[in-house]
Every structure is written in C-alpha cells, then in structure tokens.
Ligand binder design. Structure first.
Ligand code: BDP
Length: 714
C-alpha cells in the first residue's frame, strides 16, 4: 500500500516536472531553465550535484537559490547544499570564505569572476570564485548560461570582468505610472503602493538584470518631476534599493533642475548661488541617509523645454559640478546629458550638442560623466556615431542607447538592436588615429578614464513579457551583454538569447538568429534608407510622415531632415551646407566630404544629392531608394515564412504572439514603403523603376492617417 502510494506520488511528481511551471508567456525571459533532455540533464546533474558555499550573505543566498531553482527545473533533481566542496559540486567562493583559492582573482575587480573545473582532493569540482559576493553571483549566471545553451560544463577555465564600470538602465517612467516611449504597459514601479507593497516582480527584475551584468538603474524619467526628491518618494526609492542591493544593482534618480524652487521656494536655481548649492547638498544627505549606496543623479537640462543652468547664464559644467559636489562626499556621481538643442538656434540640430559641450572639455568635476546619445539627432534607425565621441578626451563620456524602440517599430516590429549597438561601439572616431573606436572612448581605454559608463533607455513595463514582445527582450539582453563586454558580437548574443529563450535546438537557433541579424537593416530599409532620418509621425513617432512641415520648431519637421525638392534629397552637412562633418576627426571628415567615399548607408545624412545620382550599384538614387523600401518589406515577408516553419519547435503562446506581430510589421512596412514613395514621387515626379508596384493609396490617404492614442507619447 505504502509502496503503491509512493509510486503514485513519484508519477505525479514526474508529471508535474514534465509540465511547464507556468504558461510560456515570456515572464521568465531568458531565465526559463527549461527541462533538458535526458542526456543533457544527466550532464548538468553531474556538474551540479551540490552547491557548496560557506556564507549566507543575501547575495550568495540569491546565487544559491538561483542555482537550486535552475538545476531543479532543468534536471528534475535538487542539488545538495554543503559548506565544503564535494564531488561534482559547484563551489561558490571568495577570498573571505576560502583563503587559499586555486585560482588567481587578480584583475577581476569587484564584479568579475573566474569559473574553473578543478580537482579538489581527487574530486571534480566547478569553482566559481570572485573577489566579492556580487562577482560570484555574476559567475553563477554565466554558468547557468552555459548550462542553458548546451555548452560543455567540464574543463572550464573562464575569467571575465566588465569593461565598463556603470552599466545602467534609464527608466523614462513617470510618477503617475505612465512611461515615456514605453510600449510594454505601465511602469513597473508601483509608486503609489510603494514602499508598503513590494511585489515579486521587483526581485525578478533584479535577477534578470544581474544575469546580464547591469549594475544600476535610474528609476524616473529624464523629464523629471521635482516630487521624486520629496521624503515620501525617497522612501519609495529606498524600498526598491533594498530589494536590488543583493543583486549588485544601485538606484539613481533623474532630477529636475528647478527642484529647489519648486519644493522649497528658493528664488533661484542658479548653480553658483550658495543657497542653491546648500539645498542640493542637504538633499543629497537626505537621500544617502535612506539609501547609503545611492548611485547619483541623471540630469536633462536646457533641453526640450527643461530648465537648466543656462537659464542663469551658467554653463552645463557649472550645473553638473554643483550637483557633483553635493554627492561627492558620499561617493556619488552625476550623469549630465548632452542631448541639447535650442529652439532659437538656427544651426543644424545635429551640430548643437557638440557646439555646447566640446568647449567644456576639462571643466567637469571628476565625478561627472557626460551622457551622449549614440547619434547626434535622436535614436534613429541608423545614425552615424555622435561626433562628441572622441572629441572630449578630458571628460568621461557615457553612452546612451535606447533599448525601447521609439523609432524602430515600437512594441510589434521585430528589429533586433544588437547590430545597431555593435555598429556604434565599433565605429572608428579616428580621434587618436585608426582604431580609436567608440567602444574605447566609452570604456575609458582611449583616454585613460577610470570612471566609465553606458546607459540604455529601458523597454520594461508591466506586460507579462516585460518588454512588449518576446523579441524585444533580446534588446534588453543584448544591451546588458554588450555593456559588460563591448567586444561581443550581436550575433553571438542573439545565439545565446535564442537558445535560452526558446531552445538550444540548432534547428531553431540557426533560423531565429538569421531573422534577428537582418531585422534592423530591414527596418532601416523600409523606414529610412540610405541615411534618411526622422521622417516619423509627429509626437508619437509611429508610422511615416515625411510630408510634415507645419510644426512650430523647424527641427521638429521631417522636411527639415530629408530636404527633398524637385532636384534631389538629403541634408548637406559638408562645407557647402551645415559643415557638421567638421565636428569629426579630420581623417573621417575628409571621407565624409565626398559622397563617393561616404558609406552609402549614411549617404543622405551627409549629402544632398540629385535624384539621378548614381549609386555604387549603378542605379539612380531614386531607383535605389525604391529598391531598398521593397527589400525591407520583402525581408519581413521572409521572417514570416521562417517563423511559420518553426511552429513545431516553439510553444503555442509565444509562437502566436510573434506570428501576429510579424503580420503587423509586414502591413506597416508596406505602409512605410508606400507612404514614403507616394510622398517623394509627389516631389520628384519620377516614374517607379520597372517592376516596382505603385503605392496602394494616394498621398492624401496616407496624410489623413491619425493616431492620437498611439502609446508612449505623453
Ligand atoms: C526623444 C524622445 C523624448 C525624450 C527625449 C530625451 O522623443 O520623449 O524626452 O528624446 O531623450 O527621443 O530627452
């Protein structure tokens, strides 16, 4: 009887293991730990019979729990817990817990780790060692990546340390729960019910970020409200900081320049006014009392209507240094954004940040970073790298990427951003000769900076799948991986991500990676080919609107960017135009001066060219544009075919979401193509190249489309 009951219980337990713990709705991200096949499960078990760890710090407890959960899910067997390493154990160790480690921890810093297969008194053991508990946690996630992607688990000898110090998410989340440029539902910060209610999502957020090495998060929108600096909101931020701390993630806040006036009635926000400086110092002291490891401030000042030091005839450096002095005694930093352009400045918008910031090089305090967007306009599908990279050697420049896809299809288009990030990081600034890549500026190696950083505008919300779509998760993932190591390739990252997110089966990984790798170029093709930019709909930036010309500020209008007329198209940024190219190093500027030596992918960014200009292919510029629009649409149709062929290998829920979203993308790619062609044809009156289909509707139809409720637009 007892034996029968036991058999029944075992059978029940086996059945429960075979079923997924919960629906595959994307909540688990790349930390799914799906059951492995028998052989692989045995292999994982053999290398994870036990977890050996001597301390019980919150961080090591989190590491151990992650391993237990993962190994149980992947193999069906729980690892034993031990203090000392036994045969087949994963041994988590720091010099504090194990003084004579058989591996050097030099050059691994406080966050890096070593993973090594060792022989411990005749027993095989996998050592995961680091100088700190956080390093061990990162090492654990690395080992779990190996386990999930089908990699070998024996003879390991891995050393890894982050190349960039501050690896941050920037949440553009508002205190009312909306998210600027958010396409994944409301903010994950439940400001209203914090600090009393702290849902489990915050811990899962921290796990996901720690698993890719992110070590900081700016909680609120750069278009900040002063209220986030009031005592109740500091307490709310402190509650989040407490949850994130064991995962090595610090909290930062965006601040509004006029907070001293708004909150405490000061008469000025002049950075050189002693009362203003004293206010910020006292505010910083308050924050650090609640959050002892608070990271610091992010500031958007004198940009798009935000107040700033220039309102008092002071410079960005005056403003940044005043705030920097307030956080300095606590070890905090200031990230001062270079995203500035002024309504009363008639110069090319692409030149304005450089003009403001370059002269300030050398004037910033040593705990200030200037945060620069990847390109000089605004997160376009493709932009040349921002000319400030390489131009401010005395200032640590922090990269700002946008993970949320404001301009790349928002929540539904499959446009993997890995190649965009990689392209920017690999771009050569020529600041100190060939090989002076943007990555070397950002990681500090080019100019010898120790303070280094990279930020990604988060794509996270309360949607079950976090990011608005399964494939958008890959952008979050890729950002973290590249922030840790900018030399990784977008393709290798896509491979890891696909294996963990879906399955390590090469029949799935191979085609999914191919889809992903061409997807961003496809979006460039159907939205902004050949270096076009900012031709999106007004405000919401959803869909095409290259015809818009009636907005108050010239640089808000798409016509400002493409400058199409009867003779040609493109923005002349050479000497005959705005001469923006002169902001690049001479070796690069020389090449950009001539359309023949400008990369075709950036042609119309730098040059205004006649419609019959000959492209490298021999076709005219106009025909080449049309072909690219068509190529982009065709790529999406290809992705649909590929995805449909993968149905047997993907769970129904995630299969259906991606299938539906690809259908939306195809329809919208066609819309982009047709609307763009209809508009440009109304200007150049040229026939379409042979074989190209006419737009489905006339131009007025496209112009009449209106989207007052498109998401993400405040
Ligand atoms: C643009 C967004 C706007 C942001 C701004 C910024 O359209 O919503 O506030 O950048 O970065 O991309 O400050």
């Amino acid at each position: 009887m007892i034996a029968r009951l036991f058999c029944y219980m075992t059978a029940m337990a086996m059945m429960m293991l075979a079923l997924p713990a919960r629906a595959e709705d994307g909540y688990d991200l790349w930390l799914r730990y799906a059951p492995a096949d028998q052989a692989r499960a045995a292999d994982i078990s053999a290398h994870a019979r036990a977890i050996a760890s001597r301390t019980n710090s919150p961080t090591l407890r989190a590491a151990s729990q992650e391993l237990q959960r993962a190994i149980m899910r992947m193999t069906g067997t729980a690892p034993a817990l031990a203090e000392t390493p036994t045969a087949g154990a994963l041994w988590l160790a720091t010099p504090d817990t194990a003084p004579a480690l058989p591996v050097s921890l030099k050059a691994l810093g406080t966050e890096g780790y070593a993973i090594r297969s060792i022989d411990q008194g005749g027993q095989p053991v996998t050592l995961i060692a680091a100088n700190s508990d956080i390093g061990v946690l990162h090492g654990v996630f690395h080992w779990l990546r190996l386990a999930q992607t089908g990699a070998a688990l024996d003879r390991l000898d891995i050393r890894s340390a982050p190349r960039i110090g501050l690896r941050l998410l920037n949440h553009w989340d508002n205190l009312n729960g909306t998210v600027e440029r958010g396409y994944a539902g409301m903010s994950i910060w439940d400001w209203w019910r914090l600090p009393d209610y702290k849902g489990p999502r915050y811990t899962d957020y921290a796990r996901a970020n720690a698993s890719i090495g992110i070590n900081g998060t700016v909680l609120n929108n750069v278009n900040a409200k002063a209220d986030s600096l009031t005592a109740p909101y500091i307490a709310k931020a402190a509650a989040l900081a407490d949850i994130f701390r064991p995962y090595g993630i610090r909290v930062y806040l965006s601040v509004k320049w006029t907070a001293p006036m708004e909150l405490d009635g000061l008469e000025t926000a002049d950075p050189l006014d002693p009362q203003v400086a004293a206010w910020w110092k006292a505010k910083a002291d308050d924050i650090y009392r609640a959050i002892p490891d608070f990271g610091g401030f992010l500031v958007k000042a004198n940009s798009e209507g935000q107040p700033g030091p220039q309102d008092y005839d002071r410079t960005h450096a005056d403003g940044a240094n005043m705030l920097a002095a307030a956080v300095k005694p606590h070890g905090g930093i200031v990230m001062w954004r270079a995203f500035v352009y002024a309504h009363d400045n008639p110069d090319d918008r692409a030149k304005q940040a450089f003009a403001d910031f370059k002269p300030l090089d050398g004037q910033f305090a040593d705990n200030v970073l200037v945060q620069v967007k990847n390109g000089a306009i605004d997160f376009q599908p493709r932009e040349p790298f921002h000319p400030l990279f390489g131009a401010m050697p005395k200032t640590p420049l922090m990269m700002e990427f946008q993970i949320t896809k404001e301009y790349l299809g928002q929540s539904t288009h499959l446009t993997y951003l890995g190649p965009l990030f990689e392209e920017t990081l690999d771009a050569d600034t020529y600041a100190k000769g060939k090989g002076s890549t943007v990555a070397k500026v950002v990681d500090g190696s080019l100019d010898g900076h120790r303070l280094t950083g990279i930020a990604g505008v988060a794509n996270i919300g309360v949607d079950r799948d976090w990011s608005g779509s399964i494939f958008n998760q890959a952008d979050w993932y890729a950002f973290g991986r590249l922030a840790w190591d900018p030399d990784l390739t977008a393709e290798s990252i896509a491979r890891e991500w696909a294996a963990m997110t879906f399955s390590p089966d090469p029949r799935l990984v191979q085609p999914v990676v191919v889809m992903m790798m061409g997807s961003r170029e496809a979006a460039v093709d159907y939205m902004t080919p050949l270096g076009l930019a900012h031709v999106m709909g007004t405000g919401h930036h959803y869909g095409p609107a290259p015809w818009v010309s009636d907005l108050a500020r010239p640089e808000w209008n798409p016509v400002y960017y493409h400058k199409a007329d009867a003779r040609g198209i493109g923005f002349d940024r050479t000497r005959s135009g705005s001469n923006a190219i002169a902001q690049y190093a001479p070796a690069l500027a020389r090449r950009l001066a001539d359309p023949a030596t400008t990369p075709e992918s950036e042609l119309l960014w730098f040059h205004h060219l006649p419609w019959d200009y000959r492209l490298k292919s021999g076709e005219t510029l106009w025909n080449g544009l049309v072909h690219r629009y068509d190529r982009g649409v065709a790529y999406v149709a290809d992705m649909q075919r590929t995805w449909n062929s993968l149905r047997p290998l993907v769970d129904p829920e995630r299969f259906a979401q991606t299938q539906a979203f690809l259908a939306i993308q195809h329809r919208e790619a066609q819309w982009w193509r047709d609307a763009s062609i209809a508009y440009f044809q109304s200007i150049n009156h040229l026939p379409l190249p042979a074989g190209a289909a006419p737009p489905a509707h006339d131009l007025d139809w496209y112009k009449a489309q209106s989207f007052p409720y498109a998401p993400g637009h405040n």
